[in-house]
Design a protein around this ligand. Structure first.
Ligand code: SAM
Ligand code: SF4
Length: 328
């Protein structure tokens, strides 16, 4: 799959549910409505679509959401997708999770052939964690992370930079990740979704967020590339690898290799754009040919870059869709 700007698309993110047991203050409002169950793709439908995108060249799949581990019987989908990895149809199956249900599900992830997962954790202070996630229990997340590690999964911690909320959490998080051999990815907030007014007040560039880290440690740029948009650095002498995701302050769209399948079966070509094709309608009323045709159409829709800067400056241009609907 090559898009209109010559980018090779080989990575699909699937939002398996828009629901979540947390309400992170930068992700969604406290009172969030969710899709009715009939609108969700069934696991069978997801597997049909995954078969088609593999035929078109997708090599890597990440499950996300919402919180993927709150969807009922998610282990059934994980196992079915794992068979594509075992057969060599996919190079990688992975997941982004808030970690709250990892203790229970880590064995399923490992046995499906997942090698590594991203766990979101914005602070190691349990009070601050509860406040930012609006109710999350840090100890459960930590227990989940250690269970996943014990099952052989590599862990990358995702941490969003939040002005006035977690600047003081970076140094302890760096030490924690170094101690346990986890990677750490730092993320700038993106202006996605209505009703999250405090997010703009909380925006902090990673240049500012990482200043204390750079003062205390040496950061060496790494050539390492993952399938994602992060730029990597080695923090010495901590021996920690950090990735910086800077959609706002340093654009990375020219490297973009991904598309996103939403919970209700739409393929969005960019997190920051409304352009999409509706595969669920094609699947429920048409034939696989329609799906193939729509996938090719989607490639032509992929914009050259997001326009979060304009959306940040002009609230009326902001997308109503939240991160949990498209899949972060
Ligand atoms: N619930 C899972 C989790 O939190 O890891 C998966 C879905 S969540 C939408 C995926 C990632 O997006 C998380 O690391 C979260 O911190 C991040 N995220 C959510 N809203 C964001 C926003 N507006 N800007 C930047 N990152 C965001
Ligand atoms: Fe849920 Fe993840 Fe959004 Fe937090 S960031 S509310 S855990 S989907």
């Amino acid at each position: 799959m090559i898009d209109g700007f010559g980018r090779k698309i080989d990575y699909l993110r699937i939002s398996v549910t828009d629901r979540c047991n947390f309400r992170c203050s930068y992700c969604m409002p406290e009172q969030q409505s969710f899709l009715p169950h009939r609108d969700l793709l069934t696991y069978d439908e997801i597997m049909v679509l995954v078969g088609r995108v593999i035929a078109h060249g997708i090599r890597k799949v990440r499950l996300t959401g919402g919180e993927p581990l709150v969807r009922r019987d998610i282990e059934v989908l994980i196992e079915a997708l794992g068979q594509h990895v075992q057969k060599g149809n996919l190079d990688e199956l992975t997941m982004t999770t808030n970690g709250s249900r990892l203790e229970e599900f880590a064995p399923y992830l490992a046995s499906a052939g997942m090698k590594r997962i991203n766990v979101s954790m914005d602070t190691l202070d349990s009070e601050a964690f509860r406040r930012i996630s609006r109710g999350g229990d840090l100890n459960r997340v930590l227990a989940g992370i250690h269970t996943a590690r014990a099952h052989g999964l590599d862990i990358k911690i995702n941490m969003v930079a939040l002005k006035g909320e977690n600047e003081d959490a970076l140094m302890p998080m760096a030490a924690f990740c170094a101690e346990h051999g986890f990677d750490l990815t730092l993320i700038e907030t993106m202006p996605l979704g209505a009703g999250v007014s405090e997010r703009e007040e909380r925006y902090l560039s990673l240049d500012e967020f990482t200043a204390p880290l750079r003062e205390r440690y040496d950061l060496h740029p790494l050539a390492h590339k993952s399938a994602g948009p992060a730029r990597y650095w080695r923090v010495e002498p901590l021996n920690l690898r950090i990735g910086l995701i800077t959609p706002m302050s340093h654009n990375f769209c020219d490297q973009c290799n991904r598309i996103r399948l939403t919970t209700d079966g739409k393929i969005y070509m960019c997190l920051g754009s409304e352009l999409h094709v509706d595969l669920r309608t094609a699947l429920r009323s048409g034939t696989p040919c329609d799906v193939d045709h729509l996938l090719q159409t989607a490639l032509r829709l992929k914009p050259q870059r997001h326009d979060f800067e304009t959306q940040l400056a002009q609230p009326d241009l902001r997308l109503a869709r939240h991160m949990n609907a498209t899949g972060g």
